[in-house]
Design a binder for this molecule. Structure first.
Ligand SMILES: [Mg+2]
Length: 260
């Protein structure tokens, strides 16, 4: 998988040809290094200024597509000019957009029960915490000892099993996090397709991401002729055709794009 900068001349050509560009990125592990707790993954000032400068150019529509809740990601990035898709796209907001997936909204009652069960079974384990993200729930264990991982997984599976059914809930895995999400056909890829429909003048889409849930985004972007960039080491499996090494290189790439 080539590094994005190895093919940079062809990227510049495509940037110049596009009337408008949808510039989308995941947040954790992509714009900021992964942190022990979500609230510690703060966006650097340089990255914030770069995103702000890009969003002020008519050519670029800048958005963040995150597994965090919409209110959380919008607050931590703190740039009202940007688009935000939270909870893997179940909620989307921007200067002219306001979307909440209707089926996800209707699962509120069982979500409360599920949250209660997860807290009861998991939150007393050292280094584990259960996060209520409004429409989805996450069990974080980055701070837990490695030899607890099996125990955490088995308790998680036991707690969620009564809720797993079509039209109910489903689980997904991230880096040191288990997630429970509404079992509806919606993901980061669908959210990106929604944004592409909302901005038909944007003929080119970029998407940067580092984790498993970003793969749906990579697929949608590349099937529409866009540019998907995996953030991480080359040996990790991904559908993205290009990669950069780190959040620092994502920032450098965004700065290069801004200079075009
Ligand atoms: Mg990520």
């Amino acid at each position: 998988m080539p590094h994005l900068l190895q093919v940079w001349p062809s990227i510049i050509k495509r940037l110049k040809e596009a009337e408008q560009v949808l510039l989308l990125s995941d947040y954790d592990g992509t714009l900021t290094p992964l942190a022990a707790r979500p609230e510690l993954a703060v966006l650097g000032q340089e990255a914030r200024h770069t995103l702000l400068r890009l969003s002020r150019q008519d050519k670029y529509i800048v958005g963040i597509v995150s597994g965090r809740s919409l209110s959380d990601v919008a607050a931590i990035v703190d740039l009202p000019q940007l688009l935000y898709a939270g909870n893997h796209g179940l909620e989307i907001a921007g200067p002219d957009l306001d979307f909440v997936h209707p089926e996800a909204k209707s699962l509120g009652e069982t979500r409360g029960l599920l949250l209660h069960d997860l807290q009861e079974d998991l939150s007393l384990l050292p280094g584990v915490f259960v996060e209520d993200k409004g429409m989805t729930l996450s069990v974080h264990y980055r701070l837990a000892a490695d030899d607890l991982a099996g125990e955490i997984e088995s308790r998680f599976n036991t707690a969620v099993s009564p809720y797993l059914k079509p039209g109910g809930w489903k689980t997904s895995l991230g880096k040191k996090v288990f997630e429970v999400r509404p079992d509806i056909p919606w993901d980061k890829g669908k959210a990106i397709a929604y944004l592409q429909d909302a901005y038909p003048r944007a003929s080119l889409t970029f998407y940067f991401g580092d984790d498993i849930t970003d793969e749906d985004g990579f697929e949608v972007v590349q099937s529409g002729g866009g540019i998907a960039i995996f953030v991480g080491q080359a040996r990790q499996p991904t559908k993205a055709l290009y990669r950069v090494d780190s959040p620092q290189e994502v920032l450098q790439t965004l700065q290069l794009i801004g200079q075009q």
